[in-house]
Design a protein around this ligand. Structure first.
Ligand code: GTP
Length: 591
């Protein structure tokens, strides 16, 4: 049975193609809001509202009343997928708005989310936005989207997807880009007409898959998902079928999407997307059901973490303490808070120290966290990334990942070479239209440093995703040394990293404008080896000069490194087991 009073749709858009503006426009034109609620550029960023409700508003999730129906709009993460989030979120929807800039056309990064949406059988509606731009080429862009669908292997009969032109900025949608409209309603009409209402089993016992977790300091853990069968009532005792056990808890509060956030309700039924409070032990992937009728849905697990780094408060006297948060307690509280929403992350205190082992889905995942904390004002010392191995039945095992790389066909050579050199095995190569889709199986340690290299080798065109595959017996040894990396707030924005445990303690400070902090010096010692010397060690410098090695003293600034790249360089030394770190450091500086 299908419900006709609800539509659940996801928005898929490349960064800057206008998602926020479109959602804003939809809200304004739904006429449900007082101007006071709409103040500011963006309705969705209102912290006040969050406080008022005592419950966090999920990024861009909203609900609109339209033509007697409720349209739930689900935001999809636009960035890399950490732990399978995109797929889980898409499972809640029946259709997708594919938003494309009328001048830029569809971007390669949109492909991944779009292909996942099509795998989940979502009905797409293409919205060609920004048609007011002088550079807009609306009809061409529709053709480009059509090509994209063909590239993704859509059959001819399914290619007949609806599309519409819009200017979210000017607040209209229109079927003819030459004739601007006066409202966004044509888009909503298309949604109601083309996207099916949710398929439900209203009369069956309750079934709901937990797809996302949220958290608020007022109510604690919040389980979000779509009810597939039956209904839920506030105060109800429910069973949560977990991976290993089934637990029971009581739902103390029940919310549905509502306009800018969530509204508390007494009951919700199949087809609704709900947020449940009171389930302290719930995990992503659990099925929530009646205590008398346990019917598990197929599990959608979060990929396990594969890379670990040690975090501690940065106490290096060389780096200084200019951040706002400098105590171990600050660090602990912040990491615990992060855990509530960053579901693919794990944090464990390291006994007898003030450090924490933080593990995640890869370097990108962890560097996003470090970068966020750095901007918030945390002083951090970060250990080298290491791969999480395990021992099962006496066998040492390491994680393998399924790596998907998409590139223009002429660039498959360099990609296969780079991945092959890291023990990646080719599983599948398919070329459709303008893109070749390569699938590999690769040890997680081989992914470290790979992203930057793939991007360099393909002029930035490679699109890279990876999902956990399995643990497999370890081949060879992974040497894991414990040198440290420092990430500091010195100078407000600077990233600094350095190395302990070398013959000389060395510190490198890279400023936001590529400048080196503290007059860093690199040269050769008397035996001709590369050295990195702390400038405070004057005697050593004098000796170096005396031995005639000042011709090698560094004069060039290093090229700008992103935090992720810096971490990659440092981690690679360890994992490649070849390059002494100090030489690598010199290469960074001189390249
Ligand atoms: P992120 O929040 O970075 O993911 O971007 P987004 O996709 O939400 O895009 P956003 O709505 O922030 O819009 C990006 C830029 O495009 C902003 O400067 C908008 O003002 C502009 N923009 C959005 N819609 C339109 C439009 O219809 N016409 C024009 N000319 N500009 C638009």
């Amino acid at each position: 049975m299908r419900r006709d009073d609800v539509r659940n749709i996801a928005i898929i858009a490349h960064v800057d193609h206008g998602k926020t503006t479109l959602v804003d426009c939809l809200l304004r034109q739904s006429g449900e809001f007082r101007e006071s609620q709409l103040r500011g550029d963006c309705i969705l960023d209102s912290n006040e509202l969050e406080r008022e409700r005592g419950i966090t508003i999920l990024a861009k999730n909203i609900a609109l009343p339209y033509a007697g129906r409720k349209i739930n709009i689900i935001d999809t993460p636009g960035h890399a997928d950490f732990g399978g989030e995109v797929e889980r979120v898409l499972r809640m929807a029946d259709g997708a708005l594919v938003l494309v800039d009328a001048a830029e056309g569809p971007m390669p990064q949109t492909r991944f989310v779009l292909s996942k949406a099509l795998e989940c059988k979502l009905k797409p509606i293409v919205v060609v936005n920004k048609i007011d731009r002088p550079e807009a080429r609306p009809h061409e862009v529709v053709d480009e989207v059509l090509d994209l669908f063909i590239d993704l292997g859509i059959d001819d009969e399914e290619l007949d997807f609806p599309y519409i032109f819009a200017s979210a900025r000017d607040g209209f949608a229109t079927e003819d880009p030459e004739v601007p409209g006066d409202s966004i309603h044509p888009l909503l009409d298309l949604v109601v007409e083309h996207i099916p209402g949710p398929e439900v089993e209203a009369e069956e016992p309750l079934q709901m898959l937990v797809t996302t977790l949220d958290w608020s300091e007022y109510v604690g853990r919040i389980a979000v998902g779509r009810i597939m069968a039956g209904s839920i009532t506030r105060g109800q005792q429910v069973a949560m079928i977990g991976r290993d056990a089934t637990r029971q808890e009581k739902i103390t509060q029940l919310y549905v999407f509502d306009k800018l956030g969530r509204a508390e309700v007494d009951t919700a039924s199949a087809g609704d997307i709900v947020a449940l409070v009171g389930l302290e032990k719930v995990e992503i992937g659990d099925t929530i059901c009646d205590v008398e009728a346990e019917r598990p849905l197929p599990r959608l697990d979060v990929d396990p973490p594969t890379i670990e780094m040690v975090f501690r408060t940065n106490t290096s006297p060389l780096v200084g303490r200019e951040g706002k948060y400098v105590t171990s307690r600050n660090l602990r509280d912040r990491l615990i808070k992060e855990l509530e929403r960053n579901v693919a992350l794990r944090v464990a205190p390291i006994e007898g120290t003030e450090s924490f082992a933080v593990s995640g889905r890869g370097l990108l995942h962890l560097s996003v966290l470090i970068e966020t904390m750095r901007r918030e004002g945390y002083e951090l010392a970060i250990g080298k990334p290491r791969v999480i191995t395990r021992v099962r039945d006496g066998v040492h095992e390491e994680p393998f990942e399924t790596l998907v790389v998409e590139v223009p066909p002429e660039q498959t050579g360099p990609v296969m070479e780079l991945v092959g050199a890291r023990r990646g095995q080719t599983i599948d190569v398919t070329t459709r239209g303008n893109f070749t889709h390569l699938v590999f199986s690769i040890p997680a340690r081989g992914l470290i440093g790979l992203r930057t290299r793939l991007l360099n080798a393909t002029q930035g065109q490679a699109i890279i995703h990876h999902r956990f595959e399995s643990y497999r017996p370890l081949e060879g040894e992974i040497e894991q040394r414990a040198n440290g990396v420092l990430v500091s707030m010195t100078g407000g924005k600077a990233v600094a990293f350095g190395l302990d445990g070398l013959q000389d303690r060395a510190e490198l400070f890279v400023g936001p404008g590529d400048e080196i902090y503290e007059g860093m010096i690199v040269g050769e010692n008397s035996r001709g080896n590369d050295m990195v010397v702390n400038p405070s060690k004057e005697k050593k410098l004098t000796n170096m000069r005396a031995s005639g090695s000042d011709r090698n003293i560094l004069l060039k600034p290093p090229r700008q490194l992103t935090l992720e790249t810096a971490l990659e360089y440092i981690a690679e030394d360890e994992l490649a087991e070849v390059t002494p770190t100090k030489i690598r450091l010199r290469k960074i500086l001189l390249s």
